[in-house]
Structure formats: structure tokens, C-alpha cells
Design a protein around this ligand. Structure first.
Ligand code: SF4
Ligand code: SF4
Length: 200
């Protein structure tokens, strides 16, 4: 989504969105006074369409579509730097996490490759109880149409024993799979009640 510079706030402010973000994150986004510390700390600002302090401001202004469709929400690495530096003690990284979940639930994910990686990662964890990197990476590469990305790292990782050719299932992998099943059951039951239909 292209960054916007003028907002018609009276027309576009969705106050319900502000309430939803605060409820989902457990944070009082309204406390943010735009000091900019979070963006000054964030190592990913140059890749974002909106620096994280602007994401906070856009939430305060109830800009649901812009925030949930932004690249920033999905490029955030959840490093917690912004949370650590916020003078208002807002868990900014927690707000970003809540926004990712909402973006996923409303199917407004801007970075499809990130979504694809999450999906494949979780599929691997569900199958083996832990991630099987040598299986995940080729599948992700093919589905994202970037089959050669990071391929040059493989020989070094194999030499150091960080990659194995065969998956290793953890002892209690069925218990891990059961967590996924419980989540899906809950999701189906919420969907039948007219609630959310997707999750990260
Ligand atoms: S550091 Fe905290 S108060 Fe400052 S802009 Fe970021 S969220 Fe707002
Ligand atoms: S948690 Fe996300 S937004 Fe906050 S500093 Fe780290 S990468 Fe930036």
C-alpha cells in the first residue's frame, strides 16, 4: 500500500478499531504522545511504509484499512526494541503483534511471502513437533517462487550440523499436533457463531 499523507479523519476514523486494538493488545494506545523513540530504535524503519510511531498514530486515528494493510505490521521482527524504549510503558511490539493477528483474521495481509513462511513453519511444527528446516526451506522457496534464496548458506549449515536431511520428530509430537487440533476446533466453532475465521 502506498503511504498516504492526507487523512480525511472525520470520514475515515473507525473508533471501533481503536477499541479492538486496545482490547486485543491489552495496551492503551491512546497514551502514545508521538515522541518517536520507538521508530528511532526500530532497525526496520527503512523498510516500513509507515514507521512504528506512525502506525501508533494511525491506530489512534482509527485508520483500520491503512494499518491492517500496511507492510510495517508484517515486516516487524518482534525484537521488542520499541517496547523497551517507550517512555509511556506501552508494549508497542505487543500492539504490532495484535495488528498482525487482526490483519490475518481480516485477510488483509500485505506481505504474502511472510504469511506463506508462517504457514509452512507451522505445518512443519505440527508434523514433527519442531521445525524441519531442510524440508521447510525448499517448499517455501518453491511456493514463493524464489527457489534459490539462501541456497548458498546450505553447505556451511550442513557442515556445522545445523541442517539435517531427515526430519527428527520430538518425543511428544502428538501433543503438539493436538494443540493445533484444539485451535482449529475453536476456530470452527467461532466461525459457526459468526466470529473470526482465521488465525496466524
Ligand atoms: S515510544 Fe511510545 S510514546 Fe513514543 S511514539 Fe513510540 S509508542 Fe508513542
Ligand atoms: S518490535 Fe517491531 S516495530 Fe518494534 S522495534 Fe522491533 S522490529 Fe521495530
Amino acid at each position: 500500500m502506498e503511504p498516504i499523507h492526507i487523512l480525511e479523519i472525520q470520514k475515515t476514523c473507525d473508533t471501533e478499531f481503536i477499541r479492538e486494538v486496545e482490547a486485543a493488545s491489552g495496551q492503551q494506545v491512546r497514551k502514545c504522545y508521538q515522541c518517536g523513540n520507538c521508530s528511532a530504535t526500530c532497525g526496520f524503519t527503512r523498510f516500513y511504509d509507515y514507521p512504528v510511531n506512525q502506525i501508533m498514530r494511525l491506530v489512534q486515528l482509527g485508520q483500520r484499512d491503512i494499518v491492517l494493510g500496511s507492510r510495517s505490521v508484517w515486516l516487524c521482527a518482534a525484537c521488542q526494541g520499541c517496547t523497551t524504549r517507550c517512555p509511556c510503558n506501552i508494549d508497542v511490539a505487543g500492539v504490532m503483534e495484535a495488528l498482525r493477528v487482526m490483519s490475518r483474521q481480516t485477510e488483509t495481509v500485505s506481505e504474502q511471502d511472510v504469511k506463506l513462511f508462517y504457514d509452512e513453519f507451522l505445518r512443519s511444527v505440527r508434523a514433527f513437533g519442531r521445525v524441519f528446516e531442510a524440508g521447510l526451506l525448499p517448499v517455501y522457496g518453491l511456493l514463493s517462487r524464489k527457489p534459490f534464496t539462501d541456497l548458498d548458506l546450505a553447505p556451511g549449515l550442513l557442515r556445522k550440523g545445523k541442517l539435517t536431511f531427515f526430519p527428527h520428530r520430538i518425543g511428544k509430537h502428538r501433543e503438539v499436533a493436538a494443540i493445533f487440533e484444539r485451535f482449529e476446533k475453536l476456530r470452527r466453532s467461532k466461525a459457526s457463531e459468526g466470529g473470526k475465521t482465521d488465525g496466524p
